[in-house]
Write a protein that binds this ligand. Structure first.
Ligand code: EPU
Length: 428
């Protein structure tokens, strides 16, 4: 029962360092079960998804401890365990545990996964790949049951460069007998991060970051020490905050090469961008102009920034078209932004946005993580007070969101239900 109360109108100005990548951490927190030993992970963001995932590992015998900001996972003694269904359903990447558990134990069972509701999100590529690697997987009563008499290297072609399937199959193949080649692999930085982590554990992976990944199986992996790279999506969100509030924000400790699509689109819309080796600055002192945006697999424009970019464009001059090609229903932000005075309509996979000069505060509901972030951005830019409900979605992926925005000059407060009259009037 948590609500954000946002007093809009301030231009946000300042500098920040973003925390570690949620999505890289989540993939690593599946692969970690492959290593016999203790792994020390630095820079894992403390967001609800990583906390949930870390807790889930204990279902399978891993010992997990947060120590001075780092996460220690001892996966020496792993057993098939019994996964808590509610925990598994809370996050998508719980499913990526199936392959590592199978590689360690020869059999594994996991309830079907959940995650943000932004499309059907099937797991067919994962299942086809696991079958090619020698696993026998059946869905029985909502539970995936997997067995193998020994994983073996295989040639796997992905029908679409799925980040999750690439990560899951690449990790599983590290302990298969022989060589695995994944064709049409995802090239997302989170895939590269996972490969670096696995190689640190003793895996032999080549080509991560390209569309052909070759994995030569090894007989065992050890624990290791690894620093999770920074979160390009949290970074991108703060750059968008500068654009929507006509502010001036520098994000440090990032790889600008991972932000090319976003930076170019913000520049095209009229924002001023400066870049250094590990920082990007977005400054904006005028109204942006409408542009076209189309989401694509990396290095194309990220689907995770689509709703946030749409929020920015609600205030641009002229018409924008934002096309979502990755997920079929990542549009939970549209009706809510319209409550705030935006003029958006959905036509097939595209959202058409007629820019308005201002938004006005309203009570709105987050439907998923990035929709929630989009609403917060709109609230920061709107005239008056905005209440964003369902903050639990935003907590999945943004660490210290309101503290960071406050440090930049935003007026945003977390209200726990019961604390104030507003919270009672605007329950989740
Ligand atoms: N797909 C299939 N079959 C599969 C797997 C994927 O059809 O077996 C489809 C999906 O339905 C989707 C497309 O392929 O249409 C791409 O999905 P992908 O597997 O790449 O996505 P994911 O691994 O489930 C990760 C991120 C998402 C992010 C996408 C795309 C994590 C935990 N999640 O999901 O992040 O949107 O990649 O980059 O890494 C978020 O952070 O808000 C988030 C949803």
């Amino acid at each position: 029962m948590t609500v954000f109360r946002i007093q809009g109108g301030a231009s946000l100005v300042g500098e920040l360092e973003v925390p570690g990548s949620k999505n890289a951490s989540l993939a690593i927190l599946s692969a970690v079960l492959l290593g016999k030993g203790t792994t020390v992970l630095h820079n894992v963001p403390k967001v609800s998804d990583t906390l949930t995932k870390a807790r889930l590992l204990t279902n399978f015998g891993a010992e997990v401890e947060w120590r001075e900001g780092s996460l220690l996972v001892d996966a020496t003694d792993i057993h098939p365990g019994e996964a808590d269904e509610e925990t598994v359903r809370a996050i998508r990447t719980s499913f990526y545990l199936l392959g590592p558990l199978l590689a360690r134990n020869g059999h594994a069972e996991l309830p079907a996964p959940g995650g943000c509701k932004i499309g059907a999100r099937p797991v067919d590529f994962h299942l086809k790949g696991l079958a090619l690697l020698g696993a026998d997987v059946v869905l029985d009563g909502g539970v995936y049951k997997a067995r193998t008499r020994g994983l073996r290297g295989a040639e796997i072609y992905l029908d679409f460069p799925s980040a999750g399937a690439t990560q899951h199959l690449m990790a599983t193949a590290t302990l298969a007998d022989g060589v695995t080649v994944i064709q049409n692999a995802a090239v997302e930085p989170e895939v590269t991060a996972l490969a670096a982590f696995l190689n640190r554990m003793g895996a032999r992976i080549e080509g991560a970051g390209t569309s052909t990944i070759t994995i030569t199986g090894v007989s065992s992996l050890d624990g290791c020490e690894f620093r999770v790279p920074s979160d390009r999506l949290q970074a991108g969100t703060y750059l968008a905050v500068a654009a929507i509030t006509r502010g001036d924000i520098t994000v440090r400790g990032i790889l600008p090469d991972n932000q090319t699509a976003l930076v170019n689109k913000l520049r095209e819309a009229g924002a001023r961008i400066d870049e250094g080796p590990d920082w990007i600055r977005v400054a904006c002192d005028r109204r942006l102009k409408g542009i076209r945006v189309k989401t694509m697999p990396y290095p194309g424009f990220p689907t995770d920034m689509q709703q946030i970019m749409a929020a920015v464009l609600t205030l641009a001059e002229g018409t924008s078209v934002v096309e979502e090609t990755i997920y079929e229903s990542r549009i939970g932000h549209v009706a809510e932004l319209n409550r705030m005075g935006a003029r958006m309509r959905v036509e097939g996979r595209a959202t058409i946005i007629e820019g308005v000069p201002s938004l006005s505060g309203a009570t709105v509901e987050a439907s998923d993580l990035r929709a929630g972030a989009a609403l917060v951005l709109a609230g920061l830019a709107a005239e008056g007070t905005t209440f964003v409900k369902n903050v639990r979605y935003i907590d999945r992926g943004y660490e210290n969101f309101e503290q960071t925005l406050t440090a930049l000059g935003g007026h945003i407060e977390r209200i726990e239900a019961g604390d104030t009259e507003e919270a009672r009037q605007h329950p989740e």
